[in-house]
Write a protein that binds this ligand. Structure first.
Ligand SMILES: NC(=O)C1=CN([C@@H]2O[C@H](COP(=O)(O)OP(=O)(O)OC[C@H]3O[C@@H](n4cnc5c(N)ncnc54)[C@H](O)[C@@H]3O)[C@@H](O)[C@H]2O)C=CC1
Ligand SMILES: O=C(O)C(=O)COP(=O)(O)O
Length: 528
């Protein structure tokens, strides 16, 4: 099988080579496509690789009928419509670690260039002016740097600023006072950071909550003469408010690497002598580009060849050691879901999943996704996958509860899935037997033991002599060979169940004839 990988932003060749080395990958590099051209090219793509420039909109995703994965060679995924990708079952991966250092170094370069007006002085010198008075700067030593967003880059910038003998005060929703002390920074609320800082640098993602985080109101609270740095995302700072704050002299300088609209050739902020800027160069170093391209291409390759990805954005990331423990259960979970969905024809309102024994001690979210994937596939088809299973269930109003219990019923691990509809509750339990793989061991309250593969018949009947023989003869008449068979009953002469695995698909006609047998209440044929 060949996979088409479409690359639409410039990516380091070192990364692309990882893909080229695999004979299954057909690499198409097209870095100058218009949005209309991209809509045509996306149709054949199985993977799309981008940086910040390609806009991966919901409209584009709706045309991407063969797309399985979007790889972002970098951190920010605000150019990708994540909801649309998730809804279409497309996994999004990024490369969050490879450009941290470069982005932090660029931020420091901007702070130093800003404080000493280096770009302005250079420009003036190039214009044959030897002007020393105009370009008097300020020292960084003993000044306070306010850091908003103390993640990977924010932290690296803080350490470097401390090296310049700056004081650092930071705000991040995940920052505790203890952690701040351990890092050597002061802890503050956004308002405290904004009020106390001589330089303010933002390092958050662009989210609903961070859009225009620095707005007219925030500028009001700042120290007169404050200097502003944005090497994170355009939109975190309200550009109109920054423009006004510079004109009013509240802000004495700003260094911007990113903008609300990119790319551009003309921007009103660049008309102001207090503003220095670079065209989104934070991650533009040889090292960072190599790192992010290698990381993201490796993840794309892993995903397309059935492996596990390291940096999923629209799936919770599970550490490798935990994944190793739960991966063997993926098939069991999906099979239980696929089996159970056949036991009811009513609308499912609730799913309860019980994890017991060994399973009560591990991270089970990926197993829940596999179970729900199995459940939904019968009616929604093969486009249901790990990425969109929970989203699709939620959209259908199905509530899902995960429960961990210590009741193992003698099994070392037991996974029970129960569905509730308006009028009934159906359940199935399975286990992973050492060396024997997945087994279904309970269907509703009946004990059984069979491998959930192939053609399965679930027959509810009255416990009575002769019924098994009549059923066997009828299947023989239709040349249906029984591979395995189990019987269990509630009471002698009461309700009973037969679980059969058969060697071919059960045709409708044979089903109807089985139902004519007076002791048989219902028959469900399941192909797993
Ligand atoms: N200019 C460039 O070329 C580059 C820009 N970036 C951008 O830098 C930003 C940060 O990247 P990383 O540090 O790698 O991400 P990260 O995820 O490690 O850190 C982001 C931090 O922002 C915090 N945060 C979220 N909402 C916040 C809020 N309302 N107030 C304060 N903090 C908040 C998060 O808790 C997190 O700790 C991203 O927007 C990324 O896209 C990253 C690399 C290069
Ligand atoms: O990684 C990020 O978030 C960046 O902003 C880098 O963007 P780029 O890959 O250089 O277009």
């Amino acid at each position: 099988m060949t996979f088409t990988v479409l690359i639409t932003d410039p990516l380091s060749e070192e990364g692309i080579q990882t893909l080229r080395d695999n004979a299954q990958m057909n690499i198409v590099v097209e870095t100058a496509l218009t949005p209309d051209e991209l809509e045509l090219r996306i149709v054949d793509a199985n993977a799309l690789l981008v940086r910040s420039q390609t806009q991966v909109t919901a409209k584009l995703i709706s045309k991407a009928s063969n797309l399985k994965i979007i790889g972002r060679a970098g951190v920010g995924v605000d150019n990708i419509d994540l909801d649309a990708a998730t809804e279409h079952g497309i996994i999004v991966v990024n490369a969050p670690n490879g450009n941290t250092n470069s982005a932090a170094e660029h931020t420091m370069a901007m702070i130093m260039a800003l404080s000493r007006k280096i770009p302005q002085a250079f420009l003036s010198l190039k214009n044959q002016q030897w002007d020393r008075k105009k370009y008097v700067g300020v020292e960084l030593k003993n000044k306070t740097l306010g850091v908003i967003g103390l993640g990977r880059i924010g932290a690296e910038v803080s350490y470097r600023a401390m090296g310049q003998r700056m004081k650092v005060i930071a705000y991040d929703p995940f920052l505790t006072e203890e952690k701040a002390v351990a890092m050597g920074v002061d802890y503050g609320t956004v308002e405290e950071v904004i009020k106390k800082a001589d330089f303010i640098t933002v390092h958050t993602p662009l989210l609903k909550e961070t859009k225009h985080l620095l707005n007219a109101e925030a500028f009001q609270l700042m120290k007169p003469g404050v200097q502003i740095i944005n090497c994170a995302r355009g939109g975190i700072i309200d550009e109109d408010a920054l423009y006004d704050a510079i004109l009013s002299k509240k802000v004495s300088g700003a260094a911007l690497d990113v903008f609300e609209e990119e790319p551009f050739l003309d921007h009103k902020l660049l008309q102001l002598p207090e503003v220095i800027a670079t065209p989104h160069l934070g991650a533009s170093t040889v090292e960072a580009q190599e790192n992010v391209a290698v990381d993201v291409c490796q993840d794309v390759l892993n995903f397309l060849t059935g492996g596990v990805v390291s940096n999923p954005v629209n799936l919770p990331s599970v550490p490798r050691d935990i994944l190793n423990k739960i991966e063997p259960y993926f098939n069991l979970a999906e099979k239980l879901g696929s089996f159970l969905i056949h036991l009811t024809e009513e609308v499912i309102e609730e799913v309860n999943i019980y994890y017991s024994g060994d399973l009560s001690e591990v991270e089970v979210a990926p197993l829940t996704r596999n179970t729900i994937k199995g459940l939904l596939k019968r009616h929604l088809g093969d486009h249901v996958n790990d990425v969109n299973a929970l989203y699709l269930a939620e959209r259908r109003g199905i509530t899902i509860h995960e429960n961990k219990t210590s009741t193992t019923k003698g099994f070392t691990n037991l996974l029970t899935v129960e569905v509730k509809t308006k009028s009934e509750k159906r359940s199935v339990s399975g286990t992973l037997l050492n060396g024997l793989g997945a087994r279904i061991v309970k269907v509703d309250h009946y004990s059984v033991d069979f491998t959930p593969v192939g053609h399965i018949l679930v027959i509810h009947h009255k416990d009575q002599p002769g019924v098994i023989g009549r059923m066997g003869s009828l299947l023989a008449k239709h040349t249906i060979n029984i591979a395995t068979m189990q019987v269990d009953r509630a009471d002698i002469g009461g309700d009973a169940i037969m679980m059969l695995t058969i060697d071919k698909h059960m045709e409708k006609e044979a089903m109807e004839e089985l139902l004519l047998l007076e002791e048989i209440y219902d028959v469900t044929a399941i192909d797993l």
